[in-house]
Every structure is written in C-alpha cells, then in structure tokens.
Write a protein that binds this ligand. Structure first.
Ligand code: NA7
Length: 549
C-alpha cells in the first residue's frame, strides 16, 4: 500500500512516529472521493484520499458484472462542475454501461490529475479519535496508519456486499463470484451451466446478458421484484449536440425534481382520472425510457394504497403478457410489496429471458436451498450442478459500509453500537459523539440520482470546512438538539411513503446480516428539493446547528 504503511500484518501496531498526518483524510475514491478531491484542492486543504480498490471509480470499479449500467439518464449523471468536461465528454448511450462509465471516471481522474492525492489498495479497517489531540487515526488492513484533524467518508450506500448465509459456500469447486466483486478479466459463460442466486436490480440486469451465451442458466429466486423496461438506446450525433447545448437546462431540471432525475410526479391522482386515462398514461410511461414509470407516475402511486394497488395490477398484467409460461409468470410477480415500493430495477429483456429454453426459474419457496455443494446448489428437492455460481445477493445498505470500519469517537464510543438501532445524524453529515467525522451520503440524507446528491453533500461539507478555516476552528460537532430535531423531521416524512415499511436495502434490511431483519429509517424521504433548501438555509445562517471549537 505504497509508503503509507509498513508491510506488517499486525492487527493493531504500536503508534508509529512517522505516521503521515493531514488536515483531512478522505475514505473512498469513488464519485464522492473524486469530487471531494476537486473541492478540497480548490480550498487549499492538505488532504489525502485512501481507497480500498486499485483505482478510482467506487461502484463502477467494483460492479463489473455483465449487464451493469445506469438506470439514470447518462447526461444527468456525470459531474457538472466544469463546462469544459461536460462539452468534451460524449456519453455513448442514454443509459451508460459500466465499462463506459468507468472510462468516464478514469477520464475525469486523468484530466484533473486526481490520483496524485490518492493511495489505492488502502482499505481502512479502523478509525479512532484522540480527544486531547483533536485528531483521527485511521488504520489500514495491512496495519499502516495515517492521521488527520478531519475524517471525511465517501463510502457510498451500496459498498458492503453480502454473501448468502447458506452453508457450504467454500465447498463449491467451480467458479463463483459476488456481482460486486466481479473479476477484472472477462468471464465466459459459453456453453456453461450457470447459477445465479438473487433477483434484485443487479440480477435483473445480469440475467438477460448471461442467458445469451450460457449453456444453461438456473435463477434461484426467493422473492421476485417489480421491474419496468429501461428502453436504452445509443445517443445519435443530433441528440449529442442537443444534450450538450441543453446542459444548463438539464441541470436545472434535476434540481427541481423529487430525486434529481429528470422525472417528477404527475400532479394528478391515479384515483381521480378515468380508467381509460389511467391506462393510457401507464402504457405511455411503460413505453418510455428511464424512471418515469416510478418517479413520474401519478402523485399518489407511492403514497396511497389504493392507487398503488391499481398500478401493481397494471405491472402484473405486463409480466403475464411478456412471459410465455403462465406458471413462471405468476412466480415472477411480487406478492410481498406493491409496485415501486422498493428501488425499482429497470430491465432490458428480463422477462423474455424466461422464455428461452436455456433459462430455468428455481422457486426457493417451493424448495429452499439446503447448502452449496462441491458441484452446485442443493435445494430440498434436488442438486443443481453448475460450472459457475453467481451471488447477486446485494449489500448491507447505507450503514453497512460504516459498520465494517471500527469507528471510535472520544472514550472509545463505537459508531456501530451507536447506530445499532437507528442512526441519529445531523443532516446525514455528522453524528453526535463523533467530532470531526464528516460524511457524504451518510444515513438520513436525500438520495436519488446519486452524483447530484453527492455534489450537494460535498458542497455542504466543503462549506463547513471553509467556515472552520475562516474562523480558525479545528473542531466540529452537531448540536444535539439540532440532531434530535432533524431525526424528528426524517421520521415525519418517512411515514408518508408506503415504502417505509417494506424490507429492502433502502430500509436497511438484509436477511444475511444479524440484527438487520426489520426496516429502519435510513434515508430522508422529503425529497432532494426540501433537503437542499434545508442545508442551504443552514449555510446561509452561519451553521448555527453545529458547535465549533
Ligand atoms: P438487492 O436488491 O438487495 O437484491 C438481493 C437479492 O438477493 C434479492 O433477490 C434477495 O432475495 C436475494 N438473496 C439474498 N440473500 C439470499 C439468500 N440467502 N438466498 C436466496 N436469495 C437471497 O441487491 P442488488 O445487488 O440486486 O441491488 C442493489 C441495488 O444496486 C439496487 O437497488 C440498485 O440501486 C443498485 P430476498 O428479496 O431477500 O428474498
């Protein structure tokens, strides 16, 4: 891990005198860490970024599985901080595939020479605050350490992948991969017997791609998810010109919608229009690209059970139309949650994949998995022999990336313990009892089109750091009463959405992680516009909700 650590593998080495020390340490070289690099440099902060991977890119570095791509319109996803960058980069498709996105992020890292402030293969395993020294010490997996007054996390919300809690994972003799730890070398499915466990957003993207070449594909499904067509297409030269000419307008649009996409709810209620109008609107949305059917739907589809039930019926009908075998179609229709009440995966030929002779849906409700064996997957009914086994089993969402680092505030206070039941942050950027620990995309921030949220949160954090530097402060904490008030607001808006009670990574549920079986309030569901107004008001008011010293 370069010069920042010795080769030692000791768990907790004795303090070293030559520990590199900075004003700020950033953990993570993904979209957050890269934008932080740009802004911290601009502010003249002495900082360094530590990244677990061997290069930049975060999610797009790790999730290289076949079919991985944006569900966001590409031209709303990139960085907007430099007009030159916007004009020179050409997105090839309306919904960019992972290789192109990683190429884009590498282009950005090269253009601004970000890597000179970054160390790779540096996985942070612990961070401890020394109250007297007012300083964080981070420890890397290989035992090396670094120190800084400020610790800034750019960990993302989906960076802690989880394997299924099924016995025998080590026994399998073929190739096996978690989709978020996909090899850098190409994986060939040609003629192979492939199995995939999971039917979330990742599997919904991967299955149609793998099915194209696999000899046979077995999909092991516990619960199906709702999904709607992505309708991706290449960007034509005329569209490219138009996009580049309209970047200002596109950007402004992202900032007036509920989740920073171009889509915004229709003001009508699904219940007040005629059945014909409703049907025509849903057919239109189903035939259009992107998240319109989820975020641009009637205003009450995600908040009113009757409206949601009607939309659910429509989406179920579409599955029945697209899947040839009616028994398989029924199995692909979710029964445990309504349409859009989990983060909606968008698909390209997902349902049609089940019409192929080489694809079999294995319903784990009929015969659960007993164990993984040397040869494949053994359910209570049979043993499925496989050459390749893919775990599309998701992530310990939102708090998982933090739980995997032993973060200790003054007096050894553990952040993991603190967040066991529910995080209690101020605006999702800082937690009481953990001074000088600033977060980008922490719990209780607005989410949606992630780079837009990151931009807003990095800019807010940079504002805080600028305020500290201008006033000679070296310590920042939330005012406990302000954090309590924020939590009350977070809970209040959460209750308005039907999704708040549905188990998913967004509500912090992961059946493979002990203690994560029931939904928690982990995001701010009042929308990006309200969130942004809140933090802008805080900044304009001189950050009175924070304590400085
Ligand atoms: P998800 O959406 O959390 O999906 C994980 C899938 O894995 C889901 O179908 C799970 O079924 C399944 N799973 C997990 N553990 C098991 C076990 N032990 N046995 C069988 N099936 C299991 O993760 P994704 O990676 O697909 O998507 C995450 C986000 O990435 C997505 O929302 C986008 O924002 C991008 P379950 O529903 O628990 O029965």
């Amino acid at each position: 891990m370069a010069s920042h650590s010795p080769a030692s593998t000791a768990a907790r080495p004795a303090p070293q005198s030559d520990i590199p020390t900075y004003e700020a340490i950033v953990v993570g070289g993904g979209i957050s860490g890269m934008y932080l690099t740009y802004r911290l440099r601009e502010l003249g902060v002495n900082f360094h970024v530590f990244e677990a991977g061997s290069d930049v890119g975060g999610t797009w570095y790790w999730c290289r599985y076949p079919g991985a791509r944006f569900d966001s319109e590409s031209w709303t996803y990139g960085y907007f901080f430099d007009e030159e960058l916007l004009q020179e980069w050409e997105w090839k498709e309306h919904f960019s595939p992972q290789p192109d996105t990683l190429e884009y992020l590498n282009h950005v890292a090269d253009k601004y020479d970000f890597r000179r402030d970054m160390t790779f293969n540096a996985k942070v395993v612990a961070a401890e605050f020394d109250d007297a020294a007012n300083q964080w010490t981070v420890t890397f997996e290989d035992g090396g350490q670094a120190r800084a007054t400020l610790l800034i996390t750019g960990l993302g919300v989906l960076s802690a992948p989880t394997l299924p809690n099924i016995p025998g994972l080590e026994d399998f003799q073929g190739q096996s991969f978690h989709t978020a730890r996909w090899p850098h070398e190409p994986v060939s499915f040609e003629g192979k017997r492939v199995g995939i466990i999971g039917t979330g957003a990742t599997a919904i993207q991967a299955i149609p791609e793998i099915a194209k070449t696999a000899g046979h594909l077995s999909v092991f499904q516990r619960h199906p998810n709702w999904s709607a067509p992505l309708h991706n297409a290449k960007i034509t030269p005329e569209e490219q010109k138009d996009i580049k000419a309209r970047y200002k307008e596109i950007y402004a649009r992202c900032w007036e919608t509920v989740a920073c996409f171009i889509h915004h709810p229709d003001p009508r209620s699904a219940l007040e229009v005629t059945p014909e109008e409703r049907e025509a609107f849903w057919e239109k949305l189903y035939s259009e690209p992107g998240f319109g059917i989820w975020l641009g739907n009637f205003r009450d589809v995600l908040t009113d059970e009757r409206a949601n039930a009607l939309m659910t019926e429509f989406a179920a009908r579409k599955i029945r139309e697209r899947v040839d075998d009616p028994v398989v179609a029924e199995k692909l229709i979710p029964k445990n949650h309504g349409f859009g009440l989990r983060r909606l995966p968008l698909e390209s030929g997902y349902f049609e994949a089940y019409n192929r002779p080489n694809v079999r849906l294995v319903d784990l409700n009929e015969a659960p998995i007993e164990r993984i064996t040397a040869k494949g997957v053994k359910t209570t009914a049979e043993e499925h022999e496989l050459d390749i086994l893919i775990y599309a089993t998701g992530f310990d969402g939102v708090t998982g990336p933090y739980d995997r680092i032993d973060i200790r505030g003054p007096g050894g206070r553990s952040l993991k313990e603190e967040w066991k039941e529910l995080p209690t942050t101020l605006y999702g950027v800082i937690n009481d009892g953990f001074p000088n620990l600033l977060m980008v995309l922490g719990p209780h921030t607005a989410r949606g089109n992630i780079p837009r949220n990151i931009e807003m949160l990095v800019d807010f954090n940079i504002g805080l750091i600028r305020h500290m530097r201008e006033n000679g402060y070296t310590r920042i904490e939330p005012r406990p009463e302000a954090a309590a008030e924020w939590l009350a607001q977070v809970k209040e808006v959460d209750a308005l959405l039907l999704s708040s009670k549905i188990p998913s990574w967004q509500t912090g549920v992961n059946q493979n992680v002990p203690g994560r079986q029931t939904p928690r309030v982990l995001g701010y569901n009042g929308g990006a516009v309200r969130y942004r107004k809140t933090i802008e008001k805080v900044a304009a008011g001189g950050y009175k909700e924070f304590k400085f010293g």
